[in-house]
Write a protein that binds this ligand. Sequence first.
Ligand SMILES: [Zn+2]
Length: 248
Amino acid sequence: MHLEKLQAFVLSNSDYGENDRIVSLFTLEHGRLKGFARGARNSRKRFGPALETLARIDVQLHHKDGLSSLRSADVITLYSGIRGVLGAIAHGLYACELVECLTPEGQALPRLYRLLATYLERLDSGTVTTADRRMFEINLLNILGYRPSLTGCSRCGADFDGRGALLQQGGELVCRFCAATGRTLSSTSLQGLRTCLATGRFGQAVLDGEALQDAGILLDESLASHSVRKLKSLEFLQQTCGTGDLDI
Ligand SMILES: [Zn+2]
């Protein structure tokens, strides 16, 4: 078992016994993994603030399936701009919990790593909008292979052709021939989401008004159907920033 140096985000952490800590990391090299930090509770010297949730770090560890053993960790950034604004904290914690809940353990996802980095930098710079949250969510679903069908019916394949789509349970989008009921998502809303995927850059795709509301309903439904549990940070986000249907 050799020592590896990895880049990582701290997604969450929990105390273990009187002295130790277990951290959930999202690493560039191996994706999500759990790490055991011996002595992290009773000595701040070894890890300092590097194991705080939302920290971006360089970490040295012995990599193992199940539980890796942390040797040391150095802070790249603690995102102090996020930590000073409640809305930014809520969005940042939510993004981390989404990654923790939806990604498989031990699978490198460099595109998702970069997406999370870009999103946290944007929050850190003081830009906190629901449109950016939806941009993060649709790109996360796309990278993980869960992208909703935005151009044609997921059942019969017919092109939506400007007629919009009907939303079904689990975030499925279908045409009017395949379902009689369901909330209608307009073609403008579908186009807005496609632009979010095409640009891949925060602030470039404009989601507002009805398109932002439609995107929210679709993405909440899709994410809930793929999450292994209810997200704790979602309630905090809703309390802090409202339902998220309107831009803040
Ligand atoms: Zn159809």
